[in-house]
Design a protein around this ligand. Structure first.
Ligand code: ATP
Ligand code: MG
Length: 419
């Protein structure tokens, strides 16, 4: 019979890759914790309207990438394509904003987008998502970016490119939008079909188009930076000043608009040359009207999302030290010894020590071979004679030295070795 395979674009994460994933998660917990972030877990499924309102009706995500279905014909639901909208929904639903003026939250989990699967692009992928709700002080933007860069640094990824831009605010964006519409309006025939449509619905999205010709036209378009108001300009300069204080290297990218409509002011991306076309590892930015647009009070926010798979692919596999083998292998010979070994093995495991044994009753030689293959640090050899003498042989697998130990002291000895 044929085996059933996973759905296209949905990927298993199997060992030893999972060791790497856990290392990344633990590093995130540690680093984000020191910056005052607490974990939130939100559902994978939300009302479709949350994403339409949050991300924007005319974005690629909402227009063509969402997994949306009618739940028994009653209600339109969507598998979350990103986390920010859900985090804010929870923030409002639990009136977290009433209890504190600054809220820092992070969440790690799967997102779903129906894109064409390829290297670095899946239909279920994972993000590490961090959000700061409350302050609009430029130091908040800098602090978030600093934490991100520090996190990447901790993972040994110092050589990534940070690009930043300011998208302005509700006051200055309309003038820019008008300038773009009139600039692109004169070049409609040169644009791709998608962008011709975007011109009528969401002209800023043309900046995000991956078609070469559109990119070329956009490179000559008016620059947003020339339209932003004094407040936005001051804000952006202060963000840059703070980044310089910590010598965080960055590049200004006036063309970066990001794929979600909710962004205002500071936006940023972390990219790398090593991932080919799928070069964006992190995307983020400020969203000063999103909380209000989702029905809440006027509370500004800023956040980022790290693509977990792309991040993990940049990190070398965990070395032996991290995914090292069990501390002990118990090689038992004969039924009595086997029973004793089974007790001992599981009791030590309950003490938190990784111990392995074999139930197949193989020869000593093949059991020792297995201990070797598993990279056990020690092997305990337990035969009928040893049981009678209440002793066993403890072998150091690295030094090939062995000593006789009394079975009554064994738990203590092994616990000492585990330290
Ligand atoms: P891209 O331009 O590559 O489509 P995006 O702008 O759509 O990225 P965001 O919505 O900003 O991405 O999500 C943040 C990060 O999540 C991206 O930088 C990327 O690392 C990751 N990501 C987004 N879509 C996918 C996907 N389909 N598969 C794997 N990772 C993804
Ligand atoms: Mg995308």
């Amino acid at each position: 019979m044929e085996i059933i395979t996973a759905v296209r674009g949905f990927k298993d994460i199997i060992p030893p890759e999972t060791d790497k994933w856990r290392h990344i998660e633990e590093t995130a917990y540690r680093v984000f914790g020191a910056f005052g972030f607490r974990e939130i877990r939100v559902p994978l499924l939300e009302k479709t309207e949350l994403f339409c309102r949050g991300i924007g009706e005319t974005t690629d995500i909402v227009e063509k990438e969402m997994y949306t279905f009618f739940d028994r014909g009653e209600e339109s639901l969507t598998l979350r394509p990103e986390a920010t909208a859900s985090v804010i929904r929870a923030y409002l639903e639990h009136t977290i904003h009433a209890a504190e003026t600054v809220t820092r939250l992070f969440t790690i989990g799967p997102m779903f987008r129906r894109e064409r699967p390829q290297k670095g692009r899946y239909r279920q992928f994972h993000q590490i998502d961090a959000e700061i709700l409350g302050p609009d002080d430029p130091r908040t933007d800098a602090e978030l970016i600093l934490m991100l860069i520090h996190f990447l640094d901790k993972l040994g990824l110092a050589k990534l490119n940070l690009e930043i831009n300011s998208l302005g605010c509700a006051k200055c964006r309309p003038a820019f939008r008008e300038a773009i519409v009139s600039f692109l309006g004169g070049r409609v025939e040169e644009l791709c079909g998608d962008c011709q449509r975007r011109l009528g619905t969401n002209p800023l999205r043309v900046f995000d188009c991956k078609v070469d010709k559109c990119g070329e036209i956009i490179s000559r378009a008016p620059r947003l930076m020339d339209f932003i108001c004094q407040d936005c300009r001051d804000h952006f300069e202060k963000v840059q000043g703070c980044l310089s204080l910590f010598e965080v290297p960055y590049r200004l990218n006036a063309k970066m608009v990001r794929g979600l409509d909710y962004y205002t002011r500071t936006t940023f991306e972390v990219t790398t040359e090593f991932l080919g076309a799928q070069n964006a590892v992190v995307g983020g930015g400020r969203y000063d009207h999103l909380v209000r647009d989702l029905g809440g009070p006027d509370i500004p926010g800023i956040g980022f999302a790290i693509g977990f798979e792309r991040l993990a692919s940049l990190i070398p596999d965990r070395d032996q030290d991290v995914s090292r083998g069990p501390l002990l292998f118990i090689a038992a010979l004969g039924e009595k010894a086997g029973e004793r070994a089974f007790m001992l093995c599981n009791r030590l495991r309950m003490k938190g020590i990784h111990v392995e044994m074999d139930y197949a009753g193989r020869s000593l030689k093949s059991q020792m071979k297995r201990a070797d293959r598993l990279k056990c640090a020690y092997a305990l050899i337990l035969g009928e004679r040893e049981i009678e003498e209440n002793s066993a042989l403890l072998r150091n697998m690295h030094e090939s030295a062995q000593e006789e130990v009394c079975l009554d002291d064994l738990e203590e000895i092994i616990k000492k070795l585990a330290r």
